[in-house]
Design a protein around this ligand. Structure first.
Ligand code: DGY
Length: 336
């Protein structure tokens, strides 16, 4: 829908999926806005058609910005993701085309860490599995080992991907649950950051997988992180361990994970992201010892609103010649 009378002197933008109406109204004070409030993802050719003559687009993390789209949309100056992850962007191609990429870091850290912790606990303590059993009318009384899971308090947490969200999970584990925290990351944190993250100890991925009782992944997706956890890595884990993924689908080999869950080679898993989502591999759907959620780790209303606001601030700043708050490829700034 176009929500203001066209004014050719104002920049024109597209909002690629439904977002908060108040944010659309705010953007409409600055731009001619075309928004997809119907919320059916546009196929790429339709997306390209909508972007003709547009200088900006607010994307939600799933819309692919690639070489072909950039070549077909020469007026585009900025793509503002309302997500911290940006594997939908071909950043080098955007930089080469002089198109600014922005994301929404920081504002979702605590909400997403809360959810990672919740998912890990739900997996460890078999929350959804036991709820399904109860709802199915199968509960006929207490039993000493009914849905007995594994403990979280006092156990060893292993965080792979120790950015802001990973550090938030580490803090929760150490301060709230007396967990011993191990982490593995591309770069080791400073001593101050390790102390703030519950005296987290940097270890190799192999040591972490062999030692941790609860492994939590917060990795971005890239060619380097694809299947960072596959059959060889899963084979290193303890049979009593859990694996939780709130980073990106594809960092875990879902087929290999389903196989070890079915075989009881690890205790349980909690997954918020999937290879090829929103499709979920059928092998996972039939495993009872996995908690499955539809990519909602950042989904509290205040946080989703803050993410949309940050994307809007990036659009407004860049298209009015000011410094955008969270550029991914700042080398584009000042070149146009
Ligand atoms: C993010 O911000 O990357 C979250 O996964 C929500 O999309």
């Amino acid at each position: 829908m176009t929500i203001t009378a066209p004014d050719s002197s104002r920049p024109r933008i597209v909002i690629a999926r439904a977002i908060f109406p108040e944010v659309i109204e705010q953007l409409a004070q600055h731009f001619e806005v075309e928004s997809n409030q119907a919320d059916t993802a546009w196929p790429q050719d339709e997306f390209i058609r909508r972007l003709q003559g547009k200088q900006g687009v607010l994307t939600t993390g799933g819309e692919r910005i690639n070489v072909a789209l950039l070549a077909a949309c020469p007026d585009l100056k900025i793509c503002a993701n309302m997500s911290v992850g940006y594997n939908n962007f071909d950043v080098p191609a955007m930089t080469a085309a002089g198109v600014l990429a922005t994301n929404a870091p920081g504002v979702l850290t605590e909400t997403t860490a809360d959810f990672g912790f919740a998912l890990m606990m739900a997996a460890a303590r078999r929350v959804t599995e036991s709820e399904h059993y109860l709802r199915a009318g199968q509960w006929h009384g207490w039993r000493y080992d009914q849905f007995a899971g594994v403990d979280v308090h006092g156990s060893t947490l292993g965080v792979i991907g120790m950015g802001r969200i990973g550090q938030g999970i580490a803090r929760r584990g150490a301060l709230g649950f007396g967990m011993n925290v191990l982490y593995h990351n591309r770069n080791r944190l400073s001593a101050t950051d390790e102390a703030a993250a519950g005296n987290a100890r940097y270890v190799t991925k192999q040591e972490l997988l062999q030692t941790a009782d609860h492994v939590v992944l917060v990795l971005p997706y890239s060619a380097q992180t694809r299947h960072a956890i596959g059959a060889p890595e899963l084979a290193l884990m303890k049979p009593t361990a859990t694996l939780t993924n709130i980073g990106r689908g594809g960092t875990v080999d879902d087929v290999a994970l389903a196989a070890v869950l079915r075989a009881g080679r690890i205790a349980a898993a909690g997954l918020d992201v999937f290879e090829g989502e929103p499709k979920v591999h059928p092998d996972l759907l039939v495993c009872t010892n996995v908690v499955l959620t539809p990519h909602i780790a950042s989904a509290s209303l205040p946080t989703r609103r803050a993410m949309a606001d940050l994307a809007a601030r990036n659009l407004i700043a860049h298209l009015s010649g000011s410094q955008p708050p969270t550029p991914i490829n700042p080398e584009v700034l000042g070149t146009g």
